[in-house]
Write a protein that binds this ligand. Sequence first.
Ligand SMILES: Cc1ncc(COP(=O)(O)O)c(C=O)c1O
Length: 348
Amino acid sequence: MQIIKTNKSRLKEVNFSNLPFGTVFSDHMFICKYKDGKWVEPKIIPYGPIEMNPGAKVLHYGQSIFEGMKAFKNSNNELLLFRKDDNFIRLNKSAVRLSIPQIPKDIFINGLEKLISLDNEWCKKDDGYSLYIRPFVYASEDGVKASTAQEFTFIIITSPSTRYYSGDINLLVEEKYTRAPQGGVGFAKAAGNYAASFYPTRQANKKGFQQVVWTDSIEHKYIEECGTMNIWFRIGDELVTPQLSDSILDGITRKSVIALAKDMGIDVQERKVSVKELFEAYNNNKFTEVFGSGTAVGISPIRSITFRSEKMSFTNNNDSISSRLKSKLQSIQKGEAFDSHDWITKIH
Ligand SMILES: Cc1ncc(COP(=O)(O)O)c(C=O)c1O
């Protein structure tokens, strides 16, 4: 693989004590093109603008997918990449649905590992820091015919980050708009899913909520996700999360929460959860905790859920399931706890 290094690192210009999520990018990026039926010319080059024709299909039809993953530093300043194979597999699942050619594993893994190794100083070892990694693929063919492209570009960029949400998360149950309909692309990390979520989220923001709770597209009765997180409820002694479907993203953090909760002896249930069930359980003092999970946010306790004019409020303490899961997950990610599930790859 060709590696062209920057002749002027920007690292010294970065204010690591003020890093709004996803706004600062490391020195280099990985890029690879798909042409004539093959992925060709993988290379690492300095981070910077990409050339694109105005007719590029992605700009017209949104044929684009992405991933979000993280690497952390341990106390010896070694870089630890979290669950890379899972993100690779999910990227290719999204690719199938969006009619994008499969990315070969060696191209993804070699490109990713070389890139983060080269920019490893962009990840700080102090508590709360990580390197957010954004692989993405888009239709770069020049042509506005509404059909699948024959040329694509695969890029990986990385961004030093600290914790994503700083304040409380208050959720509004969305009853009109849908993040993802049945038979759609909600299980894929398709760019268009996010574009469609911005307007309803903005409306909720105006009413003072940080995120919405997405419900099913048919009846708006069953909970699917919240914002860009999978969602979890402690109901009685069970930890409940909506069962996967084609409108729910199979989160890597979700998989991790299930595994860690089971390790802790918690009864995890993946099933349908209705808004009505939540209110009944809340009124019977059985629904005591709610949290979200995602790569960017990790595990985030939720302060309240509002449905029409009714509100359920929650307090979080160190004994909560989310606090216990969060500290376990973080200690594995930072190499402080034994990685019994083999989730970590040490990058040299
Ligand atoms: C819609 C949606 N749901 C859930 C998640 C959580 O997935 P993961 O844990 O793989 O980051 C994400 C991404 O962060 C997302 O965009």
